[in-house]
Design a protein around this ligand. Sequence first.
Ligand code: SAM
Length: 276
Amino acid sequence: MLVYHLPGTFGTREADLDLLWTAGATGLEERAGIIRAYFDARTDLPPQVSDGDWREEADQDWLAEFKRTLRPVRAGRVTIVPPWLREEVEAGQLPLVIEPGMAFGTGHHATTRLAVEALSDLNLATLGPEGTGARVLDVGTGSGVLAIAAALLGARFAFGVDIDPITIPIARENAEVNGVPAGRVRFEEGTLGEDALTFPEEDVDAYDVLVANLYAELHDLLAGDYAAHLVPGGPLVLTGILTVKLPLVRAALEREGFGDVQETLDDEWALVTARA
Ligand code: SAM
């Protein structure tokens, strides 16, 4: 692997980055005060970026490297782990196994963790009709992590939808790995607004809990649909929200008549809960 090492950072050499791309760099990375530019072959570089040096480096298996860094993620009563760390889940915690792959939701993002914590706080096993367990809708399910967490936490069933079809077989596979029976969890391509989002086995289209890890602008657009798909008083759990965008989400929830709005912050990320 051929790497050109250029002293500096993306910030200090912003103007030079384009020169590297134009010269044929296939990737740029910044590490410890060095910009690393990946090339397929040595090439003449313009004088502005000629103060670096070429290095031949051993190829690295980035996926293996990434996998080595993963640790179990504790979120309320659930611990999210990749399959090879299952034995590290502490006694008393519910293991939720997610194979890191193409779909968002390994638990390592603050927003996923915040959402699982919020689900864990909801007593899903005792919500719902006659306390038989909550019916949960997960909008933007990705790896299925939130719907599967809901099922493990005692929800009667959880329905995960995503506009990206690539996520659906991944989410189904994750449900199977976690031993969640097909009747307790379902994943389909879809979104709010366009589709009725009826859970076919029970002919339900208003849910006891709605969780969505999307982003503030989309929460603003979908807030009316959230209200339409929740039973009166049903908890709404929203994340994927940058703290600077909280005013947009607060205004949308007020506009649609949600009450009891509460916020949990984690660095730059926020989770908002409210009641329909
Ligand atoms: N629920 C997972 C979690 O909490 O880790 C994944 C969340 S990921 C940040 C957002 C997911 O929402 C992506 O899989 C994306 O494809 C999906 N998505 C984006 N816009 C959507 C929409 N309008 N309707 C449904 N899903 C959407």
